[in-house]
Design a protein around this ligand. Structure first.
Ligand code: MN3
Length: 217
């Protein structure tokens, strides 16, 4: 086992999410931006192999325990690797929202429209670069938050404002939308709702809920 991360292949082609997410953005985003996070993280592990953890999520959870001299580099780059891997797996066109997920969203937000409104608000108001998230909190409720840069909710309540695990994330860095949407971030956020793999969100919810009930998180 080598102490490095590998850029994951996408499960679909770069043009699979057209016209919502364009092929050129997807290709540059995956093969250049995500690849850079992987390479930059690996460069740190080359000099600090003892810090490597196979599971990027586990790594994010323990980011505060890292030595100060490499903490920022690893927070940004392992965070970037985790966030993008998670993001690619959340995307698929033409997926209807399963009833069980709809029920949980309605229970927590009052309606699907209200959930989308709050998510859009979180994604729009993140100043500069960052991510918007739907998270399952430690008490098994849903919440919408945003984080700066390549931070994510796994990094803790000081970072995300809630303790929880991500069910869905949206990259709102300009590199995620500028070629197609330029400064129109709200249009990009709206397009995102057409390419969410809601089955994947439900799968994560069910797994996290089961872990929660079993006391595993
Ligand atoms: Mn990105």
């Amino acid at each position: 086992m080598s102490n490095k991360y590998v850029l994951p292949e996408l499960d679909y082609s770069y043009d699979a999410l057209e016209p919502f997410f364009d092929a050129q953005t997807m290709e540059i985003h995956h093969s250049k931006h995500h690849a850079a996070y992987v390479n930059n993280a690996n460069a740190v592990f080359e000099n600090n192999p003892e810090l490597f953890k196979e599971c990027p999520a586990c790594f994010c959870r323990s980011i505060k325990d890292l030595p100060a001299n490499v903490q920022t580099a690893l927070r940004n780059n392992v965070g970037g690797h985790y966030n993008h891997s998670f993001f690619w797996k959340s995307l698929k066109k033409d997926v209807a929202m399963p009833a069980a997920l709809e029920a949980k969203l309605v229970e927590n937000f009052g309606s699907i429209d209200e959930f989308k409104k709050q998510f859009t608000q979180a994604a729009t108001t993140r100043f500069g670069s960052g991510w918007a998230w739907l998270v399952l909190t430690a008490d098994n409720k849903l919440a919408v938050v945003n984080t700066a840069n390549q931070d994510n909710p796994l990094m803790g309540v000081e970072v995300a404002g809630v303790a929880g695990t991500p069910l869905l994330g949206l990259d709102v860095w300009e590199h995620a939308y500028y070629l197609k949407y330029q400064n129109r971030r709200p249009e990009y956020i709206n397009a995102f709702f057409s390419v969410v793999d809601w089955n994947k969100v439900l799968e994560r919810l069910e797994k996290e809920s089961a872990d929660c009930q079993a006391g595993k998180r």
